[in-house]
Ligand binder design. Structure first.
Ligand SMILES: *[C@@H]1O[C@H](CO)[C@@H](O)[C@H](O)[C@H]1NC(C)=O
Length: 174
């Protein structure tokens, strides 16, 4: 009986050690980049894939769904260094204003985060100055990630719908 008790104590102390090392190893990372949503371009990087029967008469475009594979670059210039892609969808989810539901993976292709991803799910009221969206997870170097993304429009064309958006992403991860 004594040995079972000792084993239990040993196992418990191991699990305590494991849980205490989790918080010690956590890193904090800040990422800064520009997101290019090219609706009209050669090639476009964002395209509408669905709409509701009422979308075209909705002042806010309610009911439209767009799929994107948008480049993320170091500088506002589209031809500056590519650091990743924003792959996912946004839907026009508000009947009162231009309010998007964003569901996207940020897929990094450069430097120490090459091959790692972050998943963002949140609300993006595109005409607000700064929008905050939760980062709900990650992979690779970003395992256990959580944090937030701040999006600020750098350039927007009413004519084409093309946008360049500055992103500041703050995360804690393994
Ligand atoms: C990123 O990783 C891929 C796959 O491992 C590799 O082919 C590519 O050269 C890397 N890119 C950079 C810029 O390091």
């Amino acid at each position: 009986m004594a040995s079972v008790f000792q084993l239990t104590v040993l196992l418990l102390s191991f699990s305590l050690l494991i849980s205490s090392s989790v918080s010690d190893d956590e890193k904090e990372t800040h990422l800064h980049f520009y997101f290019h949503d090219i609706v009209v371009g050669v090639p476009p990087t964002a395209m509408r894939i669905a709409k509701a029967t009422t979308t075209d008469v909705s002042l806010t475009g309610f009911g439209a769904l767009v799929m994107m594979d948008d480049p993320l670059t170091e500088e506002p210039d589209r031809n500056s260094k590519l650091i990743g892609k924003a792959q996912g969808m946004y839907g026009l989810a508000s009947q009162d204003e231009a309010g998007l539901l964003m569901a996207m993976n940020l897929v990094f292709v450069d430097g120490e985060f090459n091959g790692s991803t972050l998943s963002v799910l949140g609300r993006n009221a595109v005409f607000n100055d700064v929008r905050e969206m939760p980062v709900i997870g990650g992979s690779g170097k970003f395992r256990f990630a959580r944090g937030y993304a701040l999006a600020k429009t750098h350039e927007f064309s009413l004519l084409t719908g093309n946008a360049v958006v500055e992103y500041n992403v703050h995360i804690r991860h393994e």
